[in-house]
Design a protein around this ligand. Sequence first.
Ligand code: C2E
Ligand code: MG
Ligand code: MG
Ligand code: MG
Length: 287
Amino acid sequence: AVSAAEPGNDIVFFKRADEKARQLFNIENALNHALEKKQFRLFMQPVVDLDTGAILGAEALIRWEHPRLGLVSPGHFIPMLEHNGGIHDVGAWVLEEAIRGLHQWPDSDGLQIGVNVSRIQLETPDFLDYSAQLMDRANGQAGSLILEMTESMAMRDPEVIISRLRELKTHGHDMAMDDFGTGYSSLAYLKRFPFDYIKIDRAFVRGIPDDVENDLLVQTMRDMTSRLGKRTVAEGVETPEEARRLKQLGFRGVQGYLFDRPMPADDFGELLVKKHEYPVYGEASKT
Ligand code: C2E
Ligand code: MG
Ligand code: MG
Ligand code: MG
């Protein structure tokens, strides 16, 4: 570490800070041209039915294919786009691409594609009209979209989000609360948010059932959300033990590396063509 307190180090310190600022500026600049240069890719991660191994749908996850840096993950550039307003155009592109997928893939009957939307998109006055149009276009299509919003974003000014989401619901979109468990929403809000799905964050799925604390938390979350009449999806399932346990607890929709990683949309289409089924873990549930 360089200490700026020593006089001799001042120059080094400022040079480094300067270098860092320049790099950031270059990246942001490149990012702002990524859309027109067609450098974004929309990957799909299958959402799998634990009972049958069938594909229920997918979550759309954006990637930036930078000529030098390779595939950049959204955690690195979404915040930048939210900050500089680029999220509006990029977010629209994501929704268009997801719908294009629904049109292109065969047998997308009942298929649901989760699309992550940023709070900033949701707050735009145009978003309602825009989403009504999207709905029209997705309608007549077999599949549909689920709009995903993180719990922490929803909890920043929840009253605003509640009324916004209610309006959106009138257009027929399904909605999911993403990364549930990381955003400190209260039971009272959970009840009032018109979310159809609750996606339980990977942090809680990890290590169940051996991780007894996580196991208890997942049970409680599942219990609570199903009592509120919401469907649950578990994220980031990596091991057969986790899958078996989730099935025991009555989960149906899951996604995670155990089944598949996010993949190019065409590859996902191929899985649908082949009617691909994933392995089933644990005993068949008796209904
Ligand atoms: P998210 O919506 O919670 O997406 C799930 C993240 O978990 C994805 O990371 C996915 O690749 C990763 N994941 C899936 N299965 C596993 C697993 O088994 N183990 C582990 N360790 N990770 C797994 P990714 O693609 O890097 O996306 C990170 C976040 O960036 C997303 O979290 C979402 O909040 C945001 N994001 C992604 N695409 C978009 C987008 O198009 N628009 C907006 N606004 N945000 C996006
Ligand atoms: Mg998500
Ligand atoms: Mg998530
Ligand atoms: Mg997440």
